[in-house]
Structures are given as structure tokens and as C-alpha cells.
Design a protein around this ligand. Structure first.
Ligand code: KIV
Length: 283
């Protein structure tokens, strides 16, 4: 498969081809996503919930995401790698945003960054894009503003609120964003946004009309069970697979079944004889 670029992702919308994005935080899963032809990998700040044991994405640091993004990029996937800019890593000043987005590319190996929000954030997006860094926007439910939004609630339920989201999407498109995540909005709202902009929209909990979809890999594999949003479809129950494998291993160790001959190494008979010849039999 040819390596995906921001250009090829934009072209997919024009050609009416759906875009597939998933999160990954490590080299082995990044390699699998590449092998099966996923278009984009998001190294999301959801790493905080999925791998680091946090209850939200707020405590996730730039160093955390860069560390995991670098692991993903070492797998050399054909997918476009998008590094998620964590809480307060881009809002303090344009200088801060430019420096930190630059680090996501230089140290994390990302090929684009994702930035939550619009309004004043659109100016920041414009500066980052002007510096040559591709930006994916993110509107609707923006988890880094969870305390301000009052929880994980569906956004854009009214025509007025949907209108505001369309304005935000247009603002981000004008600022140069190459694509846009739309999270947790009614299908009709996502459809209206998708029709209003030329850049691809990537939905999560936003219904079927977006140009592409993203899910958190840990959720769709059934690995992460603390939080079960309605929009997550479980494609596997990897948690149960792991539990069965670990229980079988523990039982075999406790019963002396593992390791068996097949999984052990042997000396030659001669060396074994010499070794045991040295050991005095018990008196
Ligand atoms: O961090 C993440 O995984 C995300 C997706 C939910 C879009 O931002």
C-alpha cells in the first residue's frame, strides 16, 4: 500500500472513499493497522485512559504522547500518523503551540497534529499550518474541555448549536486544517458539517455521514471496559482472550505442566553425564 499523506487523505473525500482511522499507542498495533490498510493512526491523548490509568485525558503530558507517537512511528506504518496535542500544550501562546507541535513531529515522528477546539484556537491552527505543520481539527465534544462542557454529553443537538459547529468547522477549514474530527453529535449535525466543508470529516459518535470514522482501538477490541459509550461497537473481546490465556498459563505453572520438553532446552547426553557426575548423590 502507498504511504498515506494529508494530500491523499483529502483526495479521498473528493473521490467519495471512506477514511478509516484508529488510535494506536505502540509499535506492534501500529504495524497491524498498517498491514490491514488503515488510512490514519491517531496517537490520541486517550492513551491516558487506555494505557496510563488516568480517568480523563487532562493529566496526559506532551512527553507522554511524544513517547507513544515515537513507538508508533518506529513501526514505519503506511498510515498517516497524527499526534494528538494534549491539554494546555498549545493554548498558552502561539509560540508555545509552534514549539510543541514542532516537537511532536521532530521527536514523536508524527506527520500531522490534532488540536481540539475552535474560536481563538483557529488562529493558533493557522500559525501552526503556516509553519508547515499539518493540523487536524477537533470539534463537538472536546474531551480536554470536559469540565467546561459538564461531562461527556452529546453536542449540537439543536439547530442553533449545529449552526455554531458549522461555523467552527468553516473557521478551521479557513485556518488551513486538512481534516476535522467531529465527536459526539447527532448524525444530522455531522452531515450538515460534512456538506459545509471541503476537508474530510472524521466522526466518532457522529453517525454515518462523515467522510471517515475513528474509534479508540482499545474500545473496539474490548480491552478497555471502564467506560462504555453508546457509539462504540466492540469488534472483539480481547480482554476475555487475555483472561483465558493468563488463567491457563497460571494453572500450568502451578501444576508443573509448563514448561514442558517442547519449550525447554537440553544438554548433550555427554555434558549432562559430566554435570551430574560432579554432583554427589545425597547420603
Ligand atoms: O484521543 C483520542 O483518542 C481522540 C479520539 C477520541 C478522536 O481524540
Amino acid at each position: 500500500m502507498a504511504r498515506k499523506t494529508t494530500h491523499s487523505i483529502r483526495l479521498m473525500k473528493k473521490k467519495g472513499k471512506k477514511i478509516v482511522m484508529l488510535t494506536s499507542y505502540d509499535a506492534p498495533t501500529a504495524a497491524i493497522l498498517s498491514e490491514v490498510g488503515v488510512d490514519m493512526i491517531l496517537v490520541g491523548d486517550s492513551v491516558g485512559n487506555c494505557l496510563l490509568g488516568y480517568e480523563s485525558t487532562i493529566p496526559v503530558t506532551l512527553e507522554d504522547v511524544i513517547h507513544h507517537c515515537a513507538a508508533v512511528s518506529r513501526a514505519k506504518p503506511d498510515c498517516l500518523i497524527v499526534g494528538d496535542m494534549p491539554f494546555m500544550s498549545y493554548k498558552i501562546s502561539t509560540e508555545q503551540a509552534l514549539e510543541n507541535c514542532g516537537l511532536m513531529l521532530q521527536e514523536g515522528g508524527a506527520e500531522a497534529v490534532k488540536i481540539e477546539g475552535a474560536g481563538p484556537v483557529a488562529d493558533i491552527v493557522q500559525s501552526v499550518v503556516d509553519a508547515g505543520i499539518p493540523v487536524m481539527g477537533h470539534i463537538g465534544l472536546t474531551p480536554q474541555s470536559i469540565y467546561q462542557l459538564g461531562g461527556y454529553r452529546v453536542q449540537g443537538r439543536t439547530a442553533d448549536m449545529a449552526g455554531k459547529l458549522i461555523e467552527q468547522a468553516t473557521q478551521l477549514e479557513q485556518a488551513g486544517a486538512f481534516s476535522l474530527v467531529i465527536e459526539l453529535v447527532p448524525s444530522e449535525t455531522a452531515k450538515a458539517i460534512t456538506e459545509a466543508v471541503d476537508i474530510p470529516t472524521i466522526g466518532i459518535g457522529a453517525g454515518p455521514y462523515c467522510d471517515g470514522q475513528v474509534l479508540v482501538l482499545w474500545d473496539m477490541l474490548g480491552l478497555f471496559e471502564d467506560f462504555k459509550p453508546k457509539f462504540v461497537k466492540k469488534y472483539a473481546n480481547v480482554r476475555d482472550l487475555i483472561k483465558t490465556a493468563v488463567t491457563d498459563y497460571a494453572n500450568e505453572v502451578r501444576n508443573g505442566v509448563f514448561p514442558d520438553e517442547e519449550h525447554s532446552f537440553e544438554m548433550t547426553e555427554e555434558e549432562s553425564g559430566r554435570l551430574y557426575g560432579r554432583i554427589k548423590p545425597p547420603e
